[in-house]
Design a protein around this ligand. Structure first.
Ligand code: 13P
Length: 333
């Protein structure tokens, strides 16, 4: 394993004022997004939409890397260039979602474990050849009475650690993504408690598998009130509690923490990140973004499947990328 090279890639992904574009929606998820703008999801529309994002002039000033779905990693733009090469030529790093999705966890109704370890070593070798330099694996945890169970937390922590180890062996930086879902009416105390136990188990599992933290990134959810909780914690409280929890659980050797947006509005996701980076609390890691919806909601709407909207869609994407790049420095206003 080349630790120096892994660490260099991880650091490049959280370079000052930069974060990651998560454009790795599975075929099912991108269909849902396209349904929202009444565009049919086809091989060509998915290609053209994503090509629009990747060719946005100036995006690389704020976007360090792009997470792709497998189809996109193999796909060519209409001009014959591979989309992954377009990303590299623009000065960004291509990455790849490698999990096979969250599947029902046996004996635990309502809970999931993320699958995809079987055959992963061979797939990673191929992805590396296609140009991927980092990977992503997402585990999800719902909050409810008695949930998440210890079984769910252990199974997902183990899978995340096994994934991270095989990625490092293949020379890809693993982004470790334990997402505590915001669905439900739980308060922010519940989210903080679950986030803390989840992260502790994930880092114990990473240590047990001898994963080298310098060559990883963490992609967590923020500590926030449940979406249906009548009392919504404010921006400062979310920032303070999220950083407090991360300080308790994440070793200083981890170069960066890149948040998911998880269903927050794009503006709120930017405000939260900015507030965290403005806190006086000492932080040993970079705090940045790896947003999907919070970067794409505006350009997706502006695009709406029409080639004549390309410039407007790219302008909308650049605006969100710039706002989050500034928030990664605590400079957004
Ligand atoms: P959201 O920012 O839309 O939550 O997507 C990030 C992601 O990659 C989820 O796995």
């Amino acid at each position: 394993m080349n630790i120096a090279q892994l660490a260099e890639t991880a650091q490049a992904l959280v370079a000052d004022g930069k974060g990651i574009l998560a454009a790795d929606e599975s075929t099912g998820t991108i269909k849902k997004r396209f349904d929202g703008i009444r565009v049919e999801s086809t091989f060509e529309t998915r290609r053209d939409y994503r090509n629009m994002l990747f060719t946005t002039a100036g995006a690389a000033e704020y976007i360090s890397g792009v997470i792709l779905f497998e189809e996109t990693l193999r796909q060519e733009a209409a001009d014959g260039r591979r989309l992954a090469q377009i990303i590299v030529d623009a000065g960004m790093i291509p990455g790849i979602k490698v999990d096979a999705g969250a599947k029902p966890l046996a004996l635990h109704p309502g809970e999931t474990v993320t699958e995809g370890l079987d055959g992963l070593r061979d797939r990673l070798a191929e992805y590396a050849e296609l140009g991927a330099r980092f990977a992503k694996w997402r585990a999800t945890y719902g909050i409810g009475p008695g949930l998440p169970s210890a079984a769910c937390q252990d199974a997902n922590a183990h899978a995340l650690a096994r994934y991270a180890a095989v990625c490092q062996e293949a020379g890809l930086v693993p982004i470790v993504e334990p997402e505590v879902l915001m669905d439900g009416d739980h308060d922010i105390d519940a989210c903080e408690a679950v986030t803390e136990t989840t992260l502790r188990r994930v880092y114990a599992a990473l240590a047990a598998q001898d994963v080298v933290l310098e060559g990883t990134l963490l992609k967590p959810s923020m500590v926030i009130s449940g979406a249906d909780c009548p009392e919504q914690a404010g921006v400062e409280e979310v920032a303070r509690r999220t950083v407090r929890t991360l300080r308790r659980c994440v070793a200083a050797a981890v170069p960066g923490i890149v948040f998911l947006s998880g269903g927050q509005s794009d503006e709120l996701a930017t405000q939260h990140l900015n507030a965290m980076n403005k806190l006086p609390a000492r932080r040993p890691w970079k705090l940045s973004f790896s947003y999907g919806r919070a970067l794409q909601a505006a350009p997706l709407k502006a695009w709406s499947g029409k080639p004549e909207n390309l410039a407007a869609a790219q302008a909308a994407f650049l605006e969100r990328a710039r706002a989050n790049g500034q928030a990664a420095l605590g400079n957004w206003s």
